[in-house]
Design a protein around this ligand. Sequence first.
Ligand code: TYM
Length: 333
Amino acid sequence: PARILSGMQPTHDSLHLGNYLGAQVNWVRMQREFDAFFCVVDQHALTINPDPADLRNRTRVTAAQYLAGGVDPDVSTVFVQSHVPEHSQLAWVLNCITGYGEAARMTQFKDKAGKRGAEGTNVGLFTYPMLMAADILLYDTTAVPVGEDQRQHLELTRDLAQRFNTRYGDIFVVPDAHITGDTAKVMSLAEPTSKMSKSAANQNGNLMMLDEPKVNTKKVKSAVTDTDNEVRFDPETKPGIANLLRIHAALSGDSIDTLVRRYAGQNRYGALKTDVAELVVAVQAPFKTRVEELLADPAELDAILAKGAARAREVAAPTLERVYQAVGFLPTA
Ligand code: TYM
């Protein structure tokens, strides 16, 4: 079967609802139809120079969240990026076919470097997209389920695959981004014109999967909306309400039209918020409990990751071999 691969950075103590709805729900939906690889991208997380103990913990916690959200380790390959050395090995080769200007145009890099300044920006942040391309291309991946914010990185991955193939022969499968409609960009509840983001200054806008349910309930109830008091779906003029309607639709399975009819009339924001809070908690509370159970026995989790790494290497090693051959590296005798 065709392959999918995706990953999340273990940069924080919890995933947020954007990670869950924008990416993970699709992973789970696709895992039985595709040969699925889900990677905890700890090498990408190193670009923010985390405390070593934090990185180690968060790598486990992120893997546990993959499983808690419904990734089945008997069906999918779940692994940690640094356990598979082929990722950094391929990344180097890709660095050497990437233009400096091409990398400098990546908007995520420009945003991050802009905030940190040249002195505070490490080169790992600059080469981040080529490591991500390596993650994908090593597995002959056909589709990459991600949120909207990864679209540009996927375009670069496709360009690099095509460029490599043109220069060295047919080595890589050119992957497609799999970015789905209404949940590809879940917005902050506090600033509904910005995406929900682990690095946002205002954390009140993030619904964290591992927070106490009452914290999330409170955040939903204090979500920023507008003053016209009428539930309509209009992302331009009513971004807060549009975001709540999208979250509701994704979690309840009801269409946005159905929801607009249900909450029509004045002063229904309160009812909408109460229902969204309930839907969020119904997913998030058992997710949190499951993560706690998985972390209670890290040996089992570590065994899943070891098995995943072995399986990942079975696919990644021959791809790297093809690449090394194609570029002219002298084989070991
Ligand atoms: P990361 O860790 O920032 O985010 C993980 C996934 O969550 C999606 N996402 C969102 N989706 C909808 N609404 C939001 N507000 C939102 N915020 C985040 C992201 O699009 C992503 O799918 N570079 C990647 C990690 C990565 C990767 C890969 C992904 C490394 N290698 C290979 C796919 C394939 C990242 O930083 O994701």
